[in-house]
Design a protein around this ligand. Sequence first.
Ligand SMILES: Nc1ncnc2c1ncn2[C@@H]1O[C@H](COP(=O)(O)OP(=O)(O)O)[C@@H](O)[C@H]1O
Ligand SMILES: [Mg+2]
Length: 232
Amino acid sequence: MKTIVEVKNLVKNFTVGNGFFTALKSVNLEFEKGEFVGLVGPSGSGKTTLLNIIGTLDIPSEGEVVVLSKSVGKLNPKQAAQLRKEELGFIFQNYNLLPVYTVFENVEFPMLLLNMSADERKERVMETLKWLGLTDKVKSRPAQLSGGECQRVAIARAMVKRPSLVLADEPTANLDSDNSHNILQTMAKLNKELETTFIFATHDEKVIGYLKRIIRLQDGKVVEDNKLTPNP
Ligand SMILES: Nc1ncnc2c1ncn2[C@@H]1O[C@H](COP(=O)(O)OP(=O)(O)O)[C@@H](O)[C@H]1O
Ligand SMILES: [Mg+2]
């Protein structure tokens, strides 16, 4: 199996007042291509901090994080942006859709940064919206959609580039039970069919049943790392 993320002796300190707070305390992990894995643990345990460093949105204080053979602490902002736009997809708790854009435009947006023709972009957007059951919402704007539909649009936006790695921070936190299951089934399907690697941060018990691996964090440390067979 191909290793896609390596976290080696990772420490993250945040400056607080005159001192600092250590949010991650010597974390060691490896993630392989095709994993469907959750970082779970109580609020404040360091899930978002770890996800942000893997996503090149923050840098290690000590140790090293290697994403797709690149050491994130050594990338300059331009190189980090390049890695994000070409290889990574992000899904957030509150969807982060652009309100004045249509569903089509929101999903097309990440591809405007890549060198693709308008026809190619349209084909990709429509194919991705089809996977997510959103073809009848192409012209809608986020305010006209339910929370579950907004999160499906956000997944489409993350998937449209066919990224190697999707990072999802509490993707079901704003959804009711039915929509959460629907979103998780969709992501599990994309993971299986496209072999896209998903790393979630979550404390939602509903998510846990779908995961192939659970990494439990507590006070900035890994206290459990468990590979499992997901529910059918
Ligand atoms: N920018 C920051 N400055 C200071 N402390 C921070 C910052 N970001 C996160 N923290 C602290 O680091 C700890 C872990 O935060 P976070 O990774 O967001 O946890 P989780 O996502 O598991 O809820 C928390 O105690 C939080 O207050
Ligand atoms: Mg968090």
